[in-house]
Design a protein around this ligand. Structure first.
Ligand code: GSH
Length: 214
């Protein structure tokens, strides 16, 4: 069985959402790495970066990096049509934006999880976070301006990219700002939030608690 080191409201969620849509049984090993040193230590055994998500394949092989995991799983189950295939005209933009969300946006989580990793003093921490939030909002804006979506980002079919953006846009600077920065994608992420196939999954793994959009 597939195993995934992950946590409620973390970057493992788009992967867990994909496994839910694919109806693939999997075991989640909960590890709230950004809050808990014991969890970081547990994850370190499989990922020296001490971060989730980590996918453990049935062979025991380890995969880290959320975008790579999503791309890999979607390619492994092409019948589910969660990614444009290698010859699909949307493939280039799919790979471009998957990598962009990971590298230009989600990668800042390492600093946001503990600003003292780069801040020069405790007082400097909030300023660092504010700057990162400005940059992330700007990255969403630039992405939004360059896409021509249908019902979903790449056209009329839900893809791994929609799952990825839906979850990562819930991290700081949070959804209310995302809706302003990225009006085209705002409509799409709301559609994914409301997908009936994911209703129970969201409630369990990334609930829409009071004030969640901020
Ligand atoms: N590049 C990684 C980033 C993973 C990441 O930042 N995970 C966060 C949780 S959402 C984490 O484990 N943070 C703990 C830490 O960095 O100490 C990916 O795309 O999977």
């Amino acid at each position: 069985m597939l195993k995934i080191f992950g946590a409620v409201g973390s970057g493992s969620i788009p992967i867990e959402a994909m496994l839910t849509l694919l109806a693939i049984p999997h075991e989640v090993i909960e590890a709230v790495t950004w809050e808990d040193e014991a969890a970081r230590k547990r994850v370190e055994m499989v990922n020296p970066l001490r971060q989730v998500p980590v996918l453990v394949l049935p062979s025991g092989e380890i995969m880290t990096e959320s975008a790579a995991i999503l791309i890999y799983l979607a390619d492994l189950y092409p019948h589910a049509r969660l990614a444009p295939g290698p010859n699909d005209p949307e493939r280039a933009q799919y790979l471009r934006w998957m990598t962009y969300v990971s590298a230009a946006i989600y990668a800042f989580a390492w600093i946001k999880d503990d600003p003292m990793r780069i801040a020069t003093s405790k007082e400097d921490g909030p300023r660092v976070i504010d700057r990162l939030h400005d940059r992330i909002a700007d990255c969403w804006r630039m992405m939004d301006e360059q896409i021509t979506p249908g019902r979903y980002i790449l056209g009329d079919e839900l893809s791994a990219l929609d799952l990825y953006v839906t979850v990562i846009s819930r991290f700081g600077p949070w959804r209310t700002r995302f809706y302003k920065s990225a009006p085209k994608m705002a409509e799409i992420v709301r559609r994914v939030d409301a997908d009936p196939r994911l209703k129970e999954f969201w409630a369990e793994r990334f609930p829409f608690d009071e004030g969640w959009e901020r």
